[in-house]
Write a protein that binds this ligand. Structure first.
Ligand SMILES: Nc1ncnc2c1ncn2[C@@H]1O[C@H](COP(=O)(O)OP(=O)(O)OP(=O)(O)O)[C@@H](O)[C@H]1O
Length: 381
């Protein structure tokens, strides 16, 4: 095992005229579990395939420890991969498929049997060890492909959408088991997924990609509390963060933002704090166009106790949807501004009711409307 370093890794496919992966820089620690997370087509699988050696790099370099691997054949890289298309050997039984790389590596037969048994139990496939791939369902084939990767000792394990074909309950069970297995074996892992629940459950850190560009590489907590830009703020978290167009507003020593108001009404002002306490950022000059970010579950319904660093707002209820375990509540704040609030319990409010809200300063984020860059996270105040 060793740490993995991607330096300025880029990919332009033959006959294509655009970067599908652009200058990705990333370092995965020894024994670290990382997920590449992003929407379909953002370049996750291309990145994985360049690391595995199934695609060439257009630019950049990849190292595992002090070995440059990007010019090596896939078999020389000591990287194990579970493929999206499974790539099982049809004439070999499931047991033989999983054992294949161990036997080729001259692992003693008894040890091979024990290790195959262990991953088969982990992935609930002991009952199909004597079956052949063409007779298996998609979900079974996927678990065999995963078992074949996990059984190996390799410097790096690459898992491409490893549980996409599984039923939600089985996926949740295996996710927890696989995480324990990866940690117990100190495996270094890069997993590709478009499922953020999976990424958060499995990973130490998550690399969020969009349009071939790495947007942020951080822990789940940082992605939620300190999103680097508007893309990450809107992508991470369900339901998504409220992102409201606003303008910075200085009033004496206080910094705040104003939200657009309906004709004939006062603009709504939110206070961020004393300018001495708010970190001086370029984009915080008076009148600057920003997006105000607030996570739906950080808004509290009802006025805050006096003395808190918070904002009390008044709005009217647009909708109140009970989701079985939480309420999704839309609130008109005047003008075009609609704020989504999530509460754990049911809330007894009907359409058009007046609502008082409490928005703590620590729950507010500001982003530059033009560049998308984060300017301020309330959690850091
Ligand atoms: N062999 C190829 N030749 C040309 N273009 C390709 C090739 N493979 C992928 N692409 C394009 O590169 C872009 C990134 O694809 P990639 O499969 O890496 O994305 P992804 O994030 O893994 O998506 P998905 O989650 O759908 O697998 C897409 O626009 C895709 O059409």
């Amino acid at each position: 095992m060793a740490c993995v370093t991607l330096r300025n890794v880029s990919k332009i496919y033959d006959r294509a005229d655009r970067y599908v992966v652009k200058s990705v820089n990333m370092q995965i620690g020894d024994g670290e579990i990382v997920s590449l997370l992003g929407s379909s087509g953002c370049g996750k699988t291309s990145t994985l395939r360049m690391i595995a050696g199934f695609e060439t790099l257009s630019e950049g370099s990849i190292r595992i420890g002090d070995r440059a691997i990007d010019q090596l054949a896939p078999a020389e890289r000591n990287v194990a991969m579970a493929f999206e298309g499974y790539a099982l050997y049809p004439p070999l039984s499931v047991h033989e498929n999983i054992a294949f790389s161990l036997l080729r590596g001259k692992t003693p037969r008894e040890q091979v049997r024990a290790r195959v048994r262990q991953v088969a139990e982990l992935l609930e496939i002991t009952d199909i060890l004597d079956s052949y791939p063409p007779t298996l369902s998609g979900g079974q084939q996927q678990r065999v492909s995963l078992a074949r990767a996990l059984v190996r000792h390799a410097d790096l394990h690459l898992l491409d959408e490893p549980m996409s074909q599984l039923e939600p309950q089985l996926r949740a069970l295996l996710r927890a088991r696989i995480k324990d297995y990866l940690v117990a074996h100190r495996m270094t892992v890069l997993c590709v997924t478009h499922d953020q629940t999976e990424a958060m459950a499995l990973s130490d850190r998550i690399a969020v990609m969009s349009d071939g560009v790495l947007q942020q590489f951080a822990t789940t907590e940082d992605l939620k509390e300190r999103p680097a830009n508007l893309f990450v703020a809107g992508f991470i978290g369900e339901p998504a963060m409220n992102l409201l167009p606003a303008r910075v507003s200085h009033r004496g020593s206080r910094i705040g933002v104003v939200l657009p108001a309906a004709a004939g009404t006062d603009a709504l002002r939110l206070d961020l704090g004393d300018s001495a306490r708010v970190p001086a950022a370029d984009g915080l000059r008076d009148g600057h166009a920003v997006h105000l970010g607030v996570r739906p579950h950080k808004v509290r319904i009802g006025a805050a106790p006096a003395g808190d660093n918070t904002n009390t707002l008044h709005g009217t209820l647009a909708f109140n949807q009970w989701q079985g375990d939480q309420s999704h509540i839309g609130i008109h704040l005047g003008g075009p501004t609609l704020l989504l609030v999530v509460t754990d319990g049911a809330v007894d409010l009907s359409e058009h009711s007046p609502v008082t809200l409490d928005l703590p300063q620590t729950a507010l984020h500001l982003f530059d409307s033009h560049s998308g860059r984060a300017l301020l996270h309330g959690a850091d105040l």
